[in-house]
Design a protein around this ligand. Structure first.
Ligand SMILES: NC(=O)c1ccc[n+]([C@@H]2O[C@H](COP(=O)([O-])OP(=O)(O)OC[C@H]3O[C@@H](n4cnc5c(N)ncnc54)[C@H](OP(=O)(O)O)[C@@H]3O)[C@@H](O)[C@H]2O)c1
Length: 304
């Protein structure tokens, strides 16, 4: 029987790709969208076969209409407390009240379960949501994908293409987990369609250290990249404190200091990945850091 999957956050970057992956797998897709969501996104989603449930006030009652009879509710919401805790809670309660058996929270991050409150503002919100989720009568699965590989060519200051530097903090041999947004979306779609999945699933298209990134970047560009480290984890910690004081921007989702907190977690031994769950769906093809850089270079020949 065709599975029914509900997605919230479908107008977003990851959510939209989750829908596309679900369409390719033949699921019935129900999308919960706020009345004010981007209408072009609504039209696009309808065109690819998703059924849109528009909501005005994001109440349990409103969301329940979409959840009734579904196999899994997938959250791809993004925001701060009012989203990760408040809106996601209403979504979860709607799923529970209509008897949906499975829920995927909007985690899609490094595995924060070994970290403590206070180490990363955005991940703290997920942890707080988990406290509620883990007591709820529903089977939950978090997808831990490390960092989106796509960010290596824009937001993440690890590969400095112009300067031909790999800027890293801490241990140059510590492997970091990277997964593309598309791989994360496809894997999440597979998890949503699965019958039973563990509480946590860890994925990475690549596990790669700064020293290995240097080799890949040099290889792909044909230029010799050098490693450059301003210091270790404690210096980065100090920069985070200063950055947060000077430019708090607490209402922004990704202020500069939050990106640094993520980096601080990535280079921490506690984010080490002992086992990946990437073989769970054998048809999946994983994109490596090298693939992403090669694509980027192909589109930006002047960098060579
Ligand atoms: N690991 C990584 O490197 C990495 C990087 C980036 C993001 N992520 C994670 O990936 C997930 C998705 O992020 P994204 O970048 O795809 O997000 P995005 O593009 O900003 O989309 C956010 C979605 O959340 C919805 N939303 C926001 N506030 C809402 C509210 N109050 N009530 C209901 N819906 C609301 C938006 O709907 P509207 O259209 O109605 O506004 C939109 O569909 C998040 O968990 C994010 O933290 C991970």
């Amino acid at each position: 029987m065709q599975k029914i999957i509900v997605v919230a956050g479908a107008s977003g970057n990851l959510g939209f790709r989750i829908i596309k992956a679900l369409v390719n797998k033949g699921a019935e897709i129900r999308v919960i969208m706020r009345a004010g969501s981007d209408i072009t996104k609504v039209n696009e989603l309808e065109k690819i076969g998703a059924k849109i449930y528009k909501v005005n006030n994001w109440t349990i009652h409103e969301l329940s209409a979409a959840c009734k009879g579904a196999n899994c509710v997938v959250s791809a919401l993004a925001g701060l407390r009012e989203v990760v805790i408040d809106a996601q809670r209403v979504l979860l309660d709607a799923a529970i009240s209509t008897g949906v058996p499975r829920f995927i929270p909007s985690d899609y991050s490094l595995d924060f379960t070994r970290f403590n409150y206070g180490e990363n503002r955005n991940l703290d919100l997920r942890r707080e949501f988990h406290e509620y989720l883990d007591k709820a009568p529903i089977a939950a699965t978090s997808v831990f994908n490390g960092a989106f590989t796509d960010m290596l060519t824009n937001e993440m200051p690890l590969i400095l293409f112009k300067q031909k530097l790999i800027l890293y903090w801490g241990n140059k041999d510590h492997p970091w987990g990277f997964t593309t947004i598309d791989n994360t979306a496809e894997y999440t779609a597979q998890v949503a369609l699965d019958n039973k999945t563990p509480r946590y699933l860890k994925i990475a298209g690549d596990l790669i250290s700064p020293r290995e990134v240097r080799v890949v970047a040099s290889d792909v560009t044909g230029n010799k990249f050098r490693l450059f480290s301003p210091g270790g984890q404690s210096l980065l910690g100090l920069f985070i404190k200063i950055g947060r004081k000077l430019a708090p921007a607490e209402t922004e989702l990704y202020p500069a200091w939050q990106g640094m907190q993520y980096m601080h977690n990535m280079i921490d031994e506690r984010s080490g990945i002992d086992k990946l769950d990437i073989d769970r769906y054998p048809e999946m093809r994983w994109t490596t850091v090298k693939d992403v850089l090669q694509n980027y270079i192909n589109g930006n020949k002047q960098l060579n």
